[in-house]
Write a protein that binds this ligand. Sequence first.
Ligand SMILES: Nc1ncnc2c1ncn2[C@@H]1O[C@H](COP(=O)(O)OP(=O)(O)OP(=O)(O)O)[C@@H](O)[C@H]1O
Ligand SMILES: [Mg+2]
Length: 400
Amino acid sequence: MGKTYLDIVSPHCMLVVGKRGTGKSYTLGVIAEEFAKLKEKYLKRVSLILVDTMSVFHSLKKENTDQNERQIMERFDIEPECWKEKIRILVPRTAVDEAEKDDRELHYDEILKLPLSKVEVHEWLDLFDLDITEYTGTLLSQVITDLKDDREYFSFQDIYQKIEGQDAEKERKETIKNLFGMIEELGLFSERGMDEQLVEGGKITVLDISYLGRLGKYQLRNLIVSIFAREQMSKRTLHTTLEMQSQADLIDSDTVKEITEAHPIIYMLIDEAHLFLPSGEDTISSDPLIDWIKLGRHPGLSLIMATQEPSALHPTAIRQSDMIIAHNMTSKDDLDALKVAKQSYMRKGLDEMIGKMEFKRGLAMILDDKKRSLQLCRVRPRHTLHTGVDASALPPEERH
Ligand SMILES: Nc1ncnc2c1ncn2[C@@H]1O[C@H](COP(=O)(O)OP(=O)(O)OP(=O)(O)O)[C@@H](O)[C@H]1O
Ligand SMILES: [Mg+2]
């Protein structure tokens, strides 16, 4: 049986699709493991960010002890293994508070904190569902724009003070203060953010933002992804420009080496990606992610998105993806939904392949646009534990 690998020589925009429980999150975990297994000299040039909305990736720090997987692991010659020191789990403050309240153990390394000043005016407006042409929206925009013009970093206190100083009705000022107060309480933002860099060469960072899903209509998860995507786009673009200047002998190559180490190329893996880049509507993270997809190749920004329903994902993500891992596609209609099956190299042999695709965990069809090839594969079992196990009415000892 031949092996299939993902080449990381050049950036990718990839999709992992398949219905519920077909192995999408599991496959993202396998991809993360393969990064952890890279030789140090390659890994230190890469940083992986896993956007986790279901709290399933913290177990990348644990060896695979699942008895049900033992047999298949033996067949694939996969040993239980984990790379604790390379994996970093970040959670928002609220997750820690809730776990303490429920007396529940929480697996994390650091608390995620972002610099308050990195949120753009339009993102605050979107988050609070305010319109810039409407009075409260105008006031908020004035306050934040003034602060941003004034300094690089500011605190919630600075925002409250600035609001107080505005020539506006008390009631309006209170409304905005309350909105910011609610965000402050979450402990997700501070003046300078966390000391640690979110991006670090050789590290796999899990952003476990599942806990923020409960905050009603506020798109906080999208805001986090947006801030991250924007920041990295501007850092990496600057870095690529410097690299080109150094190649043209315009600047010193040691300076570039230093910057390269501080700004590795990035792979962002997003599970449930339709939440961040949906079709038919704009979210706070839509534009920054579309920028990654369209402009990310040159600065070295890769995106791997998993979703149950390709049609729920923005069409640009589907059109621009250079590789699709499709789990357990059972009909040609499923592929037609991806609007890719119409390409001639895929039509050949497609029906035959779908016929072979009986339900087997981890079975996947890989559509590689660069190589213009279609391949049937079985994703290998994990070295680390997968926690996204389906809930079952059967007691553990009776499950097979
Ligand atoms: N390659 C594989 N080898 C062995 N078992 C697998 C493989 N892929 C998935 N599984 C099994 O299938 C189960 C479901 O996988 P997973 O949680 O990744 O599904 P999913 O597609 O992400 O589902 P959902 O859309 O509900 O999030 C896993 O708990 C695991 O036991
Ligand atoms: Mg999943």
